[in-house]
Design a protein. Structure first.
Length: 256
């Protein structure tokens, strides 16, 4: 493998069914080869003809280290295969792979993502320790979202310590914790969430608004300053073409 890479072989070359070398090493748990391929520029998230990714294979087989490498390399934890409509989290839950489940959750795998026709989620397939982990995570995510909306920093810290993610739960309007805090003007929560790694320019699922746009629309100057100091994009338009500046103007917040 080192020789082939040294000869500048196409490390993302796929066979007739769309499988790449990374699929093979992910399925077999070959973390050393996986590391070599990713370092050589291999696509971390290729899909076969049936929609199977290396991450799906590694999660299904319970290869914790390979799962971690792929996630760090940018693999999407919510991509489902086309045959069974299983996400990597569902595959890990079915296999009772607790550590793999933890890695996926920390990298944004959505517990409530219902892709199957019957509406089943990862929790539908989980048993034992994995089910307890998913239920605990779901509860912590809900607590984080509620704390962000209420401006309760102590509760937010507690939820984070209990394993909450920053994007695991959403309001009915599609807001994750950072959106919720920014829209309500809770500057301390906005700063806390950004410090813990919240995606500053993440878009609200319903309309594409960012946290900056929501803070601008409601005239929350403290949140605006905090977000901009952390590099929030000031010209990122939402699904309707409105930028944060336009939101501020439309709602009469001249000072923002």
């Amino acid at each position: 493998m080192r020789f082939a890479i040294g000869q500048r072989a196409n490390v993302s070359a796929a066979d007739s069914e769309g499988f790449t070398p990374l699929h093979a090493c992910a399925d077999g748990g070959s973390d050393v080869i996986c590391s070599l391929l990713l370092a050589a520029g291999a696509d971390a998230d290729p899909r076969s003809e049936h929609g199977i990714t290396p991450l799906w294979l590694a999660a299904d087989a319970g290869h914790e280290l390979v799962v971690s490498m792929l996630l760090e390399g940018g693999a999407d934890p919510n991509t489902a295969d086309r045959d069974l409509s299983h996400t990597p989290l569902m595959a890990a839950a079915i296999g009772s792979h607790e550590q793999v489940t933890m890695h996926l959750l920390r990298h944004g795998a959505e517990i409530g993502r219902a892709i199957q026709p019957g509406g089943q989620t990862a929790l539908s397939f989980a048993t034992g320790a994995v089910r307890a982990l998913l239920e605990g995570k779901e509860s912590a995510d809900a607590e984080m979202l509620a704390a962000a909306g209420d401006g309760d920093l102590i509760r937010a810290r507690g939820a984070w310590d209990s394993g909450a993610s920053l994007f695991g739960a959403k309001t009915a309007g599609g807001s994750v914790a950072l959106h919720h805090a920014a829209a309500r003007g809770h500057e301390s929560l906005v700063r806390f969430l950004m410090a813990e790694g919240a995606a500053i320019d993440a878009r609200r699922s319903t309309d594409g608004c960012t946290a900056l746009a929501l803070a601008a629309a409601h005239g929350h100057e403290g949140c605006l300053s905090a977000l901009m100091a952390h590099g929030a994009a000031v010209d990122l338009a939402d699904a309707h073409g409105s930028t944060p500046l336009r939101h501020a103007a439309q709602h009469g917040h001249a000072q923002t």
